[in-house]
Ligand binder design. Structure first.
Ligand code: NI
Length: 173
């Protein structure tokens, strides 16, 4: 049972963002409600992707809408993402690390296999922003955020902001 009322955006360094999420066992009303709630959170915060741990739920599920609009929201349940090809380095942000934009090196291409909300399995090849978003969201369900992928120089550059986020999470506990 997921308590949808309690779902809200989680910020680094919350524990739920640091652990490996568990597979979705059944696509039921709980999961459908969770996807709706995640969509609300993503649109409200003007994001283009959101993983379930970012709503406080440690399940292997994320959504992406490259346009940041409701009509383009796609759902990826129990996804696997396989990167291929060369690397590219581009500035990225994350709704769970507000105020931090930093260059992250990722693969230029990837393939994704996942199940959609109707229970249909699909496989796609991705490049550009889509490939980057898939790798970013897949990181979340593996317990990795952009903070883990930042280099030492970026960590030093953003140290005040990261410290403020750490203090805010500590004060909540
Ligand atoms: Ni993120």
């Amino acid at each position: 049972m997921i308590d949808i009322q309690k779902c809200q955006i989680t910020h680094y360094p919350a524990d739920v963002l640091a652990g490996r999420a568990k597979p979705v066992e059944k696509i039921d009303d709980d999961i459908r409600q969770l996807v709706q709630k995640m969509t609300d959170i993503m649109l409200k915060n003007k994001g283009i992707g959101l993983a379930a741990p970012q709503a406080g739920v440690p399940l292997r599920l994320f959504i992406i809408s490259l346009t940041g609009t409701a009509d383009n929201v796609r759902v990826y349940i129990n996804p696997s993402v396989t990167p291929t090809g060369d690397f590219s380095t581009t500035e990225e942000g994350c709704l769970s690390v507000p105020g931090v934009y930093t260059k992250i090196r990722r693969y230029k291409n990837c393939s994704v296999t996942a199940t959609d909300l109707d229970g249909n399995k699909f496989t796609e090849e991705a490049d550009g922003l889509y490939a980057r978003a898939l790798q970013h969201e897949f990181d979340h369900i593996e317990g990795t955020t952009i903070v883990n992928r930042m280099g030492q120089v970026a960590k030093i550059a953003h140290r005040r902001r990261l410290k403020a986020l750490q203090d805010a999470v500590q004060n909540k506990e």
